[in-house]
Design a protein around this ligand. Structure first.
Ligand code: 5RP
Length: 233
């Protein structure tokens, strides 16, 4: 069993009968969804909110009951992947393009559990280019501000046909090389002040638990209780 599968499957231990669960996006949480699917077939009763069309399709195939925020107010927990995890459990997310819905779903959850393989663990965020979701109109202007005001190097994400990648929300993504991110909260706030920026892939103070797997085992890491939560929560 590979590390992503090990981490993804471990996370179902936190799911209890009757819970409302947020389902993240990506190749690690894929294993969580597959395992939840087999638990549902054996009688587990959960309702889930997907963070992307891709996850929605997978969850439907697994007979997991899906709901929207017109039906529920809050989620008991969300399980999702990450592109980078620092020692405070601050995250970079959005490699799969689902950062906006992932952040909204995480913000509506009592707990956020991150599943990842060991390669996602970093001393400081920033090696993985930071995904920033932007309004397509005048994205060039937003990109220029990002470069000139914040010294990041943005690259417009393209799809397989070399066309701008369009998110589930109809927006574009700028993958931003910003160097080592030593103060993720300041960078997040500065980015959010730029016209055209909808959301950033920085998830600060949101993760409660990280389940990180390697070939040799699985580690369950709890966030420090005293880390202040950011305004999204
Ligand atoms: C999607 C994400 C994913 O959670 C992140 O890219 C990790 O993906 P994977 O589990 O496939 O490595 O943020 O927007």
């Amino acid at each position: 069993m590979d590390a992503k599968q090990r981490a993804g499957e471990k996370a179902v231990e936190f799911v209890e009968d009757g819970m409302n669960v947020g389902l993240g996006t990506g190749s690690t949480v894929y294993w969580t969804i597959m395992r939840l699917g087999s638990m549902v077939k054996q009688g587990l009763n959960i309702r889930a909110v997907p963070t992307s069309r891709r996850t929605e399709k997978l969850a439907r195939e697994q007979d997991i009951t899906l709901v929207g925020f017109n039906e529920i107010e809050e989620l008991d927990l969300t399980i999702d992947g990450a592109d980078e995890i620092n020692p405070s459990l601050d995250l970079t997310k959005g490699g799969g393009g689902a950062l906006l819905r992932e952040k909204l779903v995480a913000a509506a959850s009592k707990r956020l559990i991150i599943v990842a393989d060991e390669s996602k663990r970093v001393a400081a965020l920033g090696r993985f280019p930071l995904p920033v979701e932007v309004v397509p109109f005048a994205w060039q202007v937003t990109a220029r501000r990002l470069a000139e005001d914040l010294s990041c190097t943005p690259t417009l994400r393209l799809d397989a046909a070399e066309q701008p990648y369009v998110t589930d929300n109809g927006n574009y993504i700028l993958d931003c090389a910003c160097g080592e991110i030593n103060d993720p909260a300041s960078l997040h706030r500065a980015l959010k002040l730029l016209a055209g920026v909808i959301e950033t892939g920085l998830f600060i103070g949101m993760a409660d638990i990280a389940i990180i797997a390697s070939e040799s085992g699985v580690e369950v890491i709890k966030a420090e209780q005293n880390i202040p939560r950011i305004e999204e929560r």
